[in-house]
Ligand binder design. Structure first.
Ligand code: ADP
Ligand code: MG
Ligand code: ZN
Length: 589
């Protein structure tokens, strides 16, 4: 009577109490290896799959941190087949449930889903199948599972296991929080005998800790995979003309290849797709503002045709399983390293060489800071977003191997990879302390002496001594820092500014990204902190001229009182913004 709910097996207890006639889906395979071969047609397990499957099949809980494409699905699908009852899979990817169910059905697994896209008839057919023990796997949208009626319904059947896919969505501080996931903490109390497996490709220690405690998985075994994707080459270039740069990149390195291009806004998605199409590439736009049927068609063309490029917002890609995506390009800065890693992780799932290409510029930083400032969340939320952005900037501006930085962010130590842009063309680093001081002094002077703040463009004009209308209007040619920076080109100065922002020595604010100093600026101004900058290797420009060092020495001497004041400001005596009003400068001009 192994088909009966009261047979020994997980989830039987609850079912016996409320619905004695219910049937548990019988176990279908004797071993994990047999299921792997006969159902999925694979010869070997990958990575830690086997250990994970054995743990869950034996009734234990598991937390699985495995990179995108690592093969997380099998870790709950096979235990669902090995155990009596139905494997209930919680997934936020409602749009993909149909695909997943189709793929399982095609290999003979009895699968179905419950989500808001279904009509009543379809839903009750699925419910009947579940209650009569005819389902191996049931996908459920998280908002369903947070409703009491769904939980009561599930109690009437027999559950083999709960799988919580994309489990990082439970983390309020993560990059992809879904409030419905919080309700999943209840599963542990309500079904104490049903094993639970939480899976995610987000591997920061903070997320790991948080999901473990929120999902009450303290007793789980943790399976943390190697997060390196050695076949992906990481490259980050300064943004000049993003669409043209992107086109050059694709046509020279990936002609005819399938790829994903990420952009931040819908407008940019559409313009970029149009631009690429006008140059003969098979590029399709994808964002949440497009009609659902068009999106579905785009997705299926991407999956089924060769060489299709999808230009998308981050609405595209989660859960999409296409092995031969040869490149993932970002023409705007991702909001977090986690997001960047997940998005780039969609390249090269087949293990063949692939490229992760990102163009980023000052404007990205300005724009994202503004979005954070304007975001509706509370202060803690904004602080978290800022931390995410800062980590992303640090990755962009690193002078060491990108992979070391990336894996280090996920708590995985590694050595230089020999395959990223910084390994292949090590960026020269140079002592940018003096330029940093010149720039920061200019910002401080304008702010303190004239109560003015400006964006990067105008500051660079002042430093380079460029007589623009605005310079004339404000009399900025009378500033003591006027023209002291003509040893660097405009793009070098922009690089300096970007890097100072990445190092939190300068902060863009407001709609126009006016630059202000930060508490850490003082140390640089006082000469107490050297600033090592990277020189972009692909656009060699001349080094700073030694002849200007006199000017900067003079400048440093003249600014001693300022440095002192800034130091005490840093010690915490001052308001959050700006240098305290008691600082009096001599006439600097
Ligand atoms: P994830 O959810 O971790 O991103 P998936 O579960 O979608 O990854 O699996 C990615 C791809 O790897 C799928 O095409 C899957 O069929 C394949 N795969 C998983 N496990 C194996 C295996 N043991 N052998 C070969 N292919 C596998
Ligand atoms: Mg997955
Ligand atoms: Zn490297």
């Amino acid at each position: 009577s192994s088909g009966e709910a009261d047979a020994p097996g997980a989830g039987g207890g609850a079912a016996v109490r409320t619905a004695p006639v219910v049937r548990a889906t019988p176990a279908r395979f004797a071993s994990a290896a047999e299921a792997l071969r006969t159902v999925f047609g694979y010869e070997e397990f990958r990575g830690q799959q086997q250990a994970i499957i054995e743990r869950v099949a034996a009734g234990g809980d598991a937390v699985v941190l495995m990179p995108t494409g690592g093969g997380k699905s099998l870790c709950y699908q096979i235990p669902s087949l090995l155990r009596e009852g139905t494997g209930v899979v919680v997934s936020p990817l409602i749009a993909l449930m149909q695909d997943q169910v189709d793929a399982l059905t095609a290999v003979g697994v009895r699968a179905a889903f419950l989500n808001s896209t279904q009509d009543a008839a379809a839903r009750s057919a699925v419910e009947r199948a579940y209650l009569s023990g005819e389902l191996d796997v049931l996908y459920v949208a998280p908002e369903r599972l947070s409703s009491e009626s769904t939980k009561r319904f599930l109690e009437r059947g027999s559950i083999a296991l709960f799988a919580i896919d994309e489990a990082h969505c439970v983390s309020q501080w993560g990059h992809d929080f879904r409030p419905d996931y919080l309700a999943l903490s209840e599963l542990a109390e309500r079904w104490p005998d049903v094993p639970r497996i939480a899976l995610t490709a987000t591997a920061t220690e903070a997320t790991h800790r948080e999901l473990t405690s929120r999902l009450k998985l303290e007793g789980a075994e943790h399976f943390v995979s190697d997060f390196d994707r050695p076949n992906i080459q990481y490259r980050i270039v300064p943004k000049v003309e993003p669409r043209k740069q992107l086109l050059d990149f694709i046509t020279s390195e990936h002609p005819g290849d399938a790829g994903i291009v990420y952009a931040l806004s819908r407008a940019s998605v559409e313009k970029t797709a149009e631009f690429l199409s006008s140059h003969g590439l098979a590029a399709l736009p994808y964002h949440a503002g497009l009609d659902a049927s068009l999106r579905a068609r785009t997705q299926s063309r991407f999956l089924r045709e060769e060489g299709v490029i999808v230009v998308a917002t981050i609405a595209f890609g989660m859960g999409i399983d296409k092995p031969d995506v040869r490149f993932v390009a970002h023409i705007d800065l991702p909001k977090s390293v986690e997001g960047y890693y997940q998005e780039t992780g969609r390249a090269g799932r087949d293990g063949l060489p692939s490229t992760a290409w990102l163009a980023y510029g000052l404007q990205d930083v300005v724009q994202q800071r503004r979005m954070i400032d304007d975001s509706p969340g509370d202060l803690a939320h904004r602080r978290r977003m800022t931390q995410h952005l800062d980590a992303m900037l640090a990755l962009c501006e690193t002078v060491q191997c990108r992979r070391i930085d990336l894996l280090g962010y996920f708590g995985q130590p590694s050595g230089p990879c020999g395959n990223c842009d910084t390994c292949l063309t090590p960026p020269e680093s140079w002592d940018g302390t003096v330029p940093a001081q010149k720039l920061l002094s200019t910002v401080v002077r304008l702010q303190r002496e004239r109560n003015q703040r400006f964006g990067a463009g105008h500051l660079v004009d002042i430093l380079r001594g460029k007589r623009t209308a605005r310079v004339e209007q404000y009399g900025h040619d009378r500033l003591s820092t006027w023209a002291i920076g003509d040893d660097l080109s405009e793009s070098q100065w922009r690089g300096v500014i970007r890097q100072l922002i990445a190092k939190e020595l300068l902060k863009p604010e407001g709609e126009y990204g006016v630059l202000t100093i930060t508490p850490a600026s003082a140390e640089v101004l006082s000469g107490g902190r050297p600033v090592v900058l990277r020189r972009e290797p692909d656009r060699p420009e001349r080094a700073p001229r030694a002849s200007r060092s006199t000017a900067s020495a003079d400048l440093a001497a003249a600014d001693q009182p300022l440095f002192e004041a800034l130091r005490s400001w840093r010690a915490g005596q001052a308001r959050e913004q700006g240098v305290p009003a008691y600082i009096v400068f001599g006439d600097a001009t």
